[in-house]
Design a protein around this ligand. Structure first.
Ligand SMILES: Nc1ncnc2c1ncn2[C@@H]1O[C@H](COP(=O)(O)OP(=O)(O)OP(=O)(O)O)[C@@H](O)[C@H]1O
Length: 273
């Protein structure tokens, strides 16, 4: 496959990580463009989560480079990557049920950025100094996900959909340029999924760039501008949803995967692209 031109918001070159004898991600060269929605897909065990953990600074690669806005961020720690404008959500968000939604977003954000959990909970000097800025950032983030009116409710009182939005607000509170969403639609019903897609589109229209890992093909095909397809840790295809869904290598990869063959098969045949 020809190498992708290095002109994205985030570029990876020859990216790889080995666990023991296994190449979970191998020699991936790709770009995540600015102002678009990029989906990372692939059958079970393809390396999607690992790729995500690499580009968000949770894992240090054993090969290759990661550049964000042209800067080499390959070996930076997670909070340094966040500070440069990359933030991620998690499949399951830890909600502090007794705290207000606003406090939860503030703490969730701080834990992943500068102050540690103890700083945040014990309100050390550093925590207090930054609290006002943090509160304002958290409030802006809640506005962006439509939760401002619920800011002072206990987080545990929100619906599951509301709690998912809290997870997105936690990531947005650091005001990222690139938002990484880890299976955002997991556990959502079709109506909730449609509302989530509308929210992601709104965020992108507001200037954010988004990359997501997602199993739900209806969401991927209906939302993504660009798709990267991983299989056995390697990039086997990239392109628009229409291009990727008729790519023979992609179809073969999914058909060969017992767990997800049917799912991708429906996506390909149902004309979502
Ligand atoms: N920390 C780790 N240590 C050892 N092996 C790992 C680790 N993380 C992932 N792997 C292995 O790397 C491969 C890729 O896993 P990964 O979770 O990235 O795939 P995935 O595409 O996200 O899968 P799924 O769709 O099932 O979530 C798998 O074989 C997995 O067992």
């Amino acid at each position: 496959m020809p190498e992708a031109p290095m002109q994205g918001l985030l570029d990876v070159q020859g990216l790889g990580i080995r666990f023991g004898g296994l190449d979970a991600v191998k020699d991936v060269t790709a770009s995540i463009p600015a102002g678009q929605i990029t989906a990372i897909i692939g059958p079970n065990g393809a390396g999607k989560s690992t790729f995500f953990n690499l580009i968000s600074g949770f894992y240090v690669p054993t090969a290759g480079t990661i550049r964000f806005r042209g800067e080499d961020v390959t070996r930076l720690k997670t909070h340094q990557v966040v500070a440069r404008g990359v933030a991620r959500t998690f499949q399951t968000t830890t909600i502090y049920r007794e705290l207000s939604v606003l406090e939860g977003v503030m703490i969730g954000h701080r834990v992943r950025t500068r102050a540690g959990l103890l700083d945040a909970l014990l309100r050390t000097g550093r925590e207090k100094r930054d609290e006002d800025a943090s509160r304002a950032g958290a409030m802006r983030a809640l506005e962006r996900v439509g939760l401002a009116p619920q800011a002072h409710r206990p987080a545990g009182a929100l619906t599951q959909e509301g709690q998912k939005r809290v997870g997105i607000a936690m990531a947005l509170a650091s005001d990222p340029a690139l938002l990484l969403l880890d299976e955002p639609a997991a556990g959502m019903n079709p109506d909730e999924t449609v509302r989530l897609m509308a929210l992601i589109r709104e965020l992108v229209q507001g200037g954010l760039s988004v990359a997501l890992v997602e199993h739900k093909m209806s969401l991927v095909m209906g939302l993504a501008d660009r798709i990267l397809v991983l299989h056995h840790g390697q990039l086997i295809a990239q392109g628009t949803p229409a291009e990727v869904s008729r790519d023979p290598a992609v179809i073969t990869a999914y058909l060969g995967s017992h767990a997800h063959g049917g799912q991708m098969g429906q996506g390909v045949g149902a004309g979502h692209a």
